[in-house]
Design a protein around this ligand. Sequence first.
Ligand code: ADP
Length: 562
Amino acid sequence: MTQHPALPNPQPGSIPPARVLIADDDVTMGSFCARALAAAGHQVLTTTEVDGAITALRTQGPFDLLLTDIRMPGRSGLDLARIAREIDPAIAVVIMTGHSSVATLHASLRRGVADYLTKPFELDELRIVVDQALQRRHLLQESLRLRALEQLLHSSEAINAILDREQLAREIISRARDHVPSEAGFLFTAGSDDQPPQVFATPPGATIQPAGREAVAQSLHAGRPLPVTGAEPLALADGRPLSQGLAVPLRAQGEVIGALLLCDSQRALGSPGAVEILALLAHQAGNALRNAQLYRQLDTAYTGLRELDRLKSEFIAIASHELRSPLSLVMGYARMVRDQSQGDQRAYAERVLAGAERIKTIVDDLLHLRDLDRKQTRLNLEPAALDALLRQAVERLAPSAQQKGQALRLVEPESPLPMALDREKVLLVIGNLLANAIKFTPQGGQIQAEVARWPHEHLAAAVGQAVANPSLRRLSGPPPPAWAVVRVQDSGIGIPRERQGRIFERFYQVASSLTREQGGVGLGLAIVCDLTTLQGGVVWVESAEGQGSTFSFALPLPEEQP
Ligand code: ADP
């Protein structure tokens, strides 16, 4: 085998320099062509045997062009051309032939296998045919590249849809082997906090060898795809040693998270096309692997949180249930003592009772939430007037407002609002909103409660300005023609807009429980939200810090009777 280094191309701007393999048993002819092509700027390798040419194609490739004599000792140049195309489908082939063999060649030419040159030929003829063949190779390569990119897009979609790590690893290897035909593929994943490093292989029996691991380490070190031809086998598949390889690092957000190694027993895998396509696939694969890892971590964290939430709910359910009986006992005896005593003793009993009442409110709230969680809350609908219920709630809470010197005003609707309601639950909702308004409004403040009939458009406009909360999701369904809307407005401390979405969550309080002046455990609005939703309604808040808040809830009104 003889190397003919490229000479400076005397015609700049013509065909770009190519790698050419010349196979001719006639040494003089071979070196004549080699010199001519080297003078045109190409890098040339010559051989006098078919086997030598095949070895060169497999191990010293990729070549852009094969120039072969049709008559070679042992095997025909046409066989060599076929094998060269199997190794690299885009390789350009030019066959040199004598007049007598032109007929044999015609069949191959018609199949588009090769260009040909009839011996003897002029130097210019050689250059023209080689240039044309290289030109065609360039076009063929481009179209193969476009096809490969199209397939890459499909591969990328396929791997991005998989979140299971093992399934994803196998899909990446199989896609890589589709793009770069190879007998075995391995995917190495770097270890993470929750996962040791792993090696996935296809076909399943394939095993990686120390030289394969070394090739991967080198490609990781170099930070780019690395074609390898191992002196030792890189891997074994079905007992066959695989010594040709292409290793590619896998990265996500700049961090190396693994590597891919493709191996073959015969073909050299490092053609520029293969390297480019594998580098692109590796980019997609790295990100897909990272996404799968994040998804798994998220899933584990979510499962942990769900378990924690279940334990919390169970604890609350048990604790509140167990508190109820002793609390009834305390309240019962405290009432008895109060009724049977005078003076200081009576006052002490009153205080015990007031404290126990506060505990009872919390226990009741916890039990409401438990029932809502277990979907055990039943609606007890009966004909009732919402305006009457609002009046009742205002009267019940008037003494608390009075104690703080607040003006509590009720605005009656223009006409009564009869509808089917669960009275107890609606009273609980209004009671919570009024109690909060009183609690979060300073001494001497203003509180106003009103109820009115709103057309749907009016409600949609008001809700459209509000910060989202779970109850508002139901507005995506078909709306009723009108709503009964209760609004509780106060001149209190207000709520910053960024907190307004969270106040309907359980146990959420704007001020930390350590610094806040008001009592409460942060369950009232969660109950308001759940109970309103249960009755087909919505709740929302409009508020400005330091200026006051308006909490509103709306229940759907039945169609008006003509
Ligand atoms: P709690 O009143 O027991 O703290 P809630 O669920 O009823 O719990 O309310 C949650 C939080 O929302 C309150 O802690 C408070 O920070 C805020 N909040 C509720 N109503 C008002 C209001 N009218 N004005 C200002 N802040 C309010």
